[in-house]
Design a protein around this ligand. Structure first.
Ligand SMILES: [Zn+2]
Length: 300
């Protein structure tokens, strides 16, 4: 295996991209620490919900950069009717991640410490939307929220909606009050180019079978092990390949678009009458940002 890369590092809060040219495969690994902490600290989530959002955010980091255009956004939305979790939203734009979960606190308490995905959502759906930069269109796929994890549901999104064989692993660890997460995404792109429509997804291509077996052998404790750099992880999985190209990816951060200016601009689209109907007794319109769990009182 030959690699082209900078000095090894653990790439915390940074994506590591790699390709295996002879197998037409590409992958990425990410580990989230401070970014995840910042996202979770805006909320007071019980462990099961923090765990769920941690998984969503690591998936967002893995999938978010797949459309490589300035201003492109990936939004992941898991929702249900009548589930304990009503809605989970996570999005990614230019390396900025954010997310929140709307859930029923009382009913969650009755589920015990480690509720399954089905216990949390019941019959749910996962929608993944790629909004390309201005005017370039949007693509949305919706799949049932099935399997053991959000990662499994994302795999079926790629198989069903994009026809791209994809393996995704996500690992979450809580130590004391702090949650860290890590994940890997691996895809087979036999035609080389990205984003091409395919009529058939071939899951049994020999190159994909090989790469997915190697990649699938990664363990959660390896993904999370800070003593193992992300380069070393790739090496451990794919050292038998002729060539693996390693390319440092985006630096990730926690980001939100909620500002007083942003909401004032949105409210400007309403008429004076509409705005006064929305206002409270003090003449203020309370706009909430669910991502930040923060209210913005804006004069009507
Ligand atoms: Zn916000």
């Amino acid at each position: 295996m030959t690699t082209q890369h900078q000095s090894p590092e653990t790439y915390t809060d940074r994506v590591l991209n790699f390709t295996i040219p002879s197998r037409s495969a590409r992958g990425r690994i990410v580990r989230l620490d401070a970014v995840l902490d910042e996202i979770l600290s805006a909320h007071d989530y019980p462990p099961a919900i923090a765990h769920l959002l941690a998984e969503a955010v690591v998936l967002g980091a893995l999938m978010g950069g797949l459309v490589k255009e300035d201003g492109a956004q990936m939004t992941m939305q898991a929702q249900t009717e009548g589930g304990v979790v009503r809605l989970l939203v996570c999005d990614f734009r230019e390396g900025e991640l954010r997310g929140y979960v709307d859930f029923d606190r009382g009913r969650l308490a009755s589920l015990g410490a480690n509720p399954s995905l089905f216990a949390l959502f019941g019959k749910g759906y996962l929608a993944i939307t790629f909004d390309r930069s201005e005017g370039a269109g949007r693509y949305q796929g919706i799949v049932p929220l099935e399997g053991d994890s959000l990662a499994a549901a994302c795999e079926s999104y790629f198989a069903q909606s994009e026809q791209v064989p994809t393996l995704i692993r996500a690992a979450i660890h809580r130590s004391g009050g702090r949650v860290v997460s890590a994940g890997m995404l691996l895809q087979h792109l036999p035609d080389g180019e990205e984003g091409r429509e395919r009529l058939h997804v071939r899951m049994d291509h020999p190159d994909w079978e090989h790469v997915s077996v190697m990649g699938g052998s990664i363990r959660h404790d390896e993904l999370l092990d800070p003593a193992l750099s992300m380069d070393a992880l790739v090496w451990r999985l794919f050292h038998e390949e002729d060539q693996v190209r390693i390319l440092p990816g985006a630096k990730l951060s926690r980001g939100c678009r909620c500002t007083l200016e942003h909401y004032s601009m949105l409210l400007d689209r309403f008429s004076v009458e509409e705005r006064s109907e929305m206002a409270d007794d003090d003449g203020l319109i309370q706009v909430d940002c669910a991502f930040c769990a923060k209210a913005f009182p804006i004069p009507a």
